[in-house]
Design a protein around this ligand. Structure first.
Ligand code: AMP
Ligand code: GLY
Length: 423
């Protein structure tokens, strides 16, 4: 069948890499793609939020499956657009409908979902500009540090963790009254602070059945020792060494099962990946957030460990028969290290020539913010490429990623050299 992947990052290159290995895949397209996807698929210059343009392309190329990488098109209703169009409704769309995508698009919606279905998470209350004073009073009842979350999508910047009570009260007002994060902070969720180590669990669901994919841990901060500004992710490790069998069982029973059952009880049409951000508090997993897509760079370690045919798994979505498939996972660990442009996540320069890719051995290069220009691969974004390796454990895999990175170069290239330091 002909397949279209939407997106242009390392996650989408990884999807394309995995899908291209499937015997079920005839023609593979990526919109808009990057210099990595162009080597294994056809890049198409379509805006992924222009659903009419996607429709024309899908009909022209007889696409039968659309894999949505990032959250925006999902939150904007791309799946609903397909379902509501007689010419498109038979096509498999990997990613939930607009209502279900609110699990990522609205923190309050996600918290209400968790409460309704008894899914362990931090205690919370939410406030608007009419209830700022109540919000400030609520803060007084909590212990430091204070967790303030803009309700809507704020490009990963909408969560503030503040030690000082007065500062937290002020920030609450900044978010609600002064629209610090625009519309996204017209509502703010204040949460109990959870102290523990974070990990992520990835689930594939046809809306009724589910399969659990490998766990992963990403490194979000720009600086070594988890310091400095938040980024999209500087690297990832899979599996997560501290997630032993007992802990994984707790995740499945206390979180994954009630989540999938919750979709059914709430009549949410959810076919796709569920990315559950977790924190291990003592021995208990609690949910920090839901994302309605795969993580980036977590995809760059989770997909390489999936031995099963991804297209065959997606192909069960229309008949809701994912339970007839088994998932095979590679026992080896996988790690990925992200190379970024100097200055990222603040301003940085683009157009730097990347050299050394041909010298990479025993590792996979997933392109992210990289494009082809006059026969060169040049940087075109903050996160440029992810170098994924396998090993008996994460240390061995990391060593291979780092050895290979020595061969790569572009002006002002930066990466974290301390992944795994906390494990
Ligand atoms: P979120 O966007 O909800 O994933 O939050 C961003 C980051 O803030 C998370 O990855 C955590 O590191 C941190 N965080 C969010 N909620 C809490 C919480 N209740 N307690 C402690 N840390 C949190
Ligand atoms: N790496 C975190 C994310 O994709 O949201």
């Amino acid at each position: 069948m002909n397949i279209l992947v939407l997106g242009s990052g390392g996650r989408e290159h990884t999807f394309a890499w995995k899908i291209a290995q499937s015997e079920q895949c005839s023609n593979l397209f990526v919109a808009p793609g990057n210099s990595g996807t162009s080597k294994i698929a056809t890049n198409v210059p379509i805006d992924i939020n222009n659903f009419q343009a996607i429709k024309s392309f899908v009909l022209k190329e007889v696409i039968e499956m659309v894999v949505v990488g990032p959250e925006d098109p999902l939150v904007n209703g791309v799946h609903d657009f397909f379902l509501n169009d007689a010419q498109l409704q038979h096509i498999i769309v990997v990613g939930p409908t607009q209502e279900a995508a609110k699990l990522e698009g609205s923190k309050e919606y996600a918290k209400e979902f968790m409460m309704r279905h008894n899914i362990p998470t931090a205690a919370y209350e939410s406030f608007t500009k009419d209830t700022v004073a109540q919000g400030q009073k609520f803060l007084e009842t909590l212990q430091s540090p204070y967790v303030l979350k803009a309700d809507g999508l704020a490009a990963g910047k909408g969560v503030l963790i503040i030690e000082d009570l007065e500062e937290a009260k002020q920030e609450l007002a900044n978010m609600l009254v002064d629209a610090k994060f625009g519309d996204a902070s017209s509502k703010v969720v204040i949460e109990e602070f959870l102290d523990g180590i974070e990990l992520s669990c990835f689930v594939l669901t046809d809306g009724k059945n589910y399969q659990i994919l490998p766990t992963a841990k990403d490194y979000k901060r720009i600086g070594e020792g988890d310091t400095g500004l938040n980024t999209g992710g500087m690297g990832a490790i899979s599996p997560v060494p501290f997630a032993d069998e007992t802990f994984l069982e707790k995740i499945e029973n206390n979180i994954v099962k009630p989540t999938i059952e919750g979709f059914q009880k709430d009549k949410l049409n959810y076919k796709g990946f569920v990315f559950i951000g977790l924190i291990k508090v003592g021995d208990e997993p609690k949910v920090i957030e839901y994302n309605v897509r795969m993580g980036d760079p977590e995809t760059e370690v989770v997909m390489p460990r999936l031995k099963s045919d991804l297209v065959e798994l997606f192909a069960t979505f229309n008949t809701q028969t994912l339970d007839t498939k088994t998932i095979q996972i590679d026992d080896r660990a996988a790690t990925t290290v992200m190379l970024v442009s100097g200055g990222y996540p603040e301003s940085y320069e683009k157009g730097k020539v990347i050299s050394g890719i041909e010298a990479i051995e025993d590792a996979i290069v997933f392109h992210a913010g990289a494009k082809e220009e006059n026969g060169n691969i040049v940087t075109s974004g903050g996160r440029v490429m992810a170098i994924t390796s396998y090993g008996e454990d994460y240390n061995e895999a990391l060593k291979k990623s780092y050895q290979n990175i020595e061969k790569l170069h572009f002006d002002k290239m930066y990466y974290r050299k301390d992944l795994g330091f906390d494990l």
